[in-house]
Design a protein around this ligand. Structure first.
Ligand code: XMP
Length: 319
């Protein structure tokens, strides 16, 4: 794509002009936006960029390790993974309120990130994968009615608190353009086509109190579900798909025994921008097969249901 190649070269020059010999840090999650921003900045300034991946223990199966392997081995990018899962989970244990979960996670994320930034001697700039729609949204929000359904932007207070200037190379781009730029930078399709994943991660897919055990059960069910979606060739058609572990136990039979285990809800939606969404109309064979696999393979789940709510009136996430 010639225009994206030109944009890439132009942005690399802009980043060099802005940063000079300064140091930049970036919170890398493995999502498309932070990944593309990090690669572009890395191309511009190499080792002046340090990336930090905070593993809050709320990521999906193997997710943190996959991100680390990709960025370190394929790009030789300066990336530190911090396993902060005990710190996050111990503070979230038993927490059931969605907004409290988000606030606790946001606060801890900032704490951990600040500590890690201090360990590498601080930085002059903070990199963010802000997109054009984020820029517009924050403008219209400040002028419009302040109705917050969910407090989304978990690290919103970071730049002010850390007194750093922002490097935001994707500010002029829409999501589809970021994907083209990612391809241009050699980012593998498995990263470019990734479904969105919320900052608070599995915590908001575990309604009722959070426990380590529930997170483990959820992670396994979610991995099987996504595996079936990929095998069926549906991953790229669906905007976002995930499992939710309900805080409800039901009676079942397995072999010659009675079981009393959790219910797992499956969610899948199509959408253009996440603002509205339709539930995905799977065929029943797919759902039946996936449910059977989850119940057979995941200890702790004995019933699976499918969420047929669109947005509005539902939201995509359950919390
Ligand atoms: P909802 O559930 O509001 O989600 O329909 C719309 C999109 O936003 C994601 N989402 C979040 N992303 N922090 C995030 O970074 C959050 O707290 C959060 N809550 C929802 C959701 O996964 C979907 O893509």
């Amino acid at each position: 794509d010639w225009s994206m190649a030109a944009y890439r070269a132009e942005m690399v020059q802009k980043i060099r002009d802005q940063v000079g010999s300064g140091k930049v840090i970036c919170a890398l999650s493995g999502g498309v936006d932070s990944s593309v921003a990090a690669l572009l900045i890395h191309e511009a300034i190499g080792d002046q960029l340090s990336c930090i991946l905070v593993d809050h223990g709320l990521m999906r199966m193997n997710e943190a390790a996959d991100v680390v392997e990709m960025f370190r081995n394929h790009y030789n990018l300066n990336l530190k993974m911090v396993d902060a899962s005990d710190r996050f989970i111990s503070q979230l244990e038993g927490e059931a309120d969605p907004e409290t979960k988000r606030k606790t996670i946001g606060r801890l994320f900032i704490e951990v990130f600040e500590e890690e930034a201090a360990k590498i001697g601080g930085a002059d700039y903070l990199a963010q994968g802000t997109l054009y729609p984020d820029v517009i949204e924050s403008v219209s929000f400040s002028g419009g009615p302040s109705v917050t359904i969910k407090s989304h932007h978990n690290v919103g207070g970071l730049p002010e608190r850390m007194n750093m200037q922002l490097v935001e190379p994707l500010r002029e781009l829409f999501k589809d353009e970021v994907r083209v730029l990612g391809k241009e930078l050699g980012l593998p399709d498995s990263f470019i086509g990734r479904h969105p994943f919320p900052g608070p991660g599995l915590a908001i897919r575990c309604p009722g109190g959070i426990t380590r055990e529930k997170l483990d059960i959820l992670r396994q069910a979610d991995a099987i579900y996504l595996d079936e979606i990929r095998k069926a060739g549906l991953y790229d058609i669906i905007w976002q798909a995930f499992a939710v572990l309900l805080p409800v136990q039901t009676v079942g039979v397995m072999g010659d025994g009675r079981t009393y285990e959790f219910v797992c809800a499956l969610r899948a939606v199509t959408s253009v921008d996440g603002m509205t969404a339709d539930f995905y109309p799977y065929d029943m064979d797919f759902l039946g097969k996936t449910a059977t696999r989850i119940i057979n393979e995941v200890k702790g789940i004995n019933r699976v249901v499918y969420d047929v709510t669109s947005k509005p009136p539902g939201t995509i996430e359950w919390e």
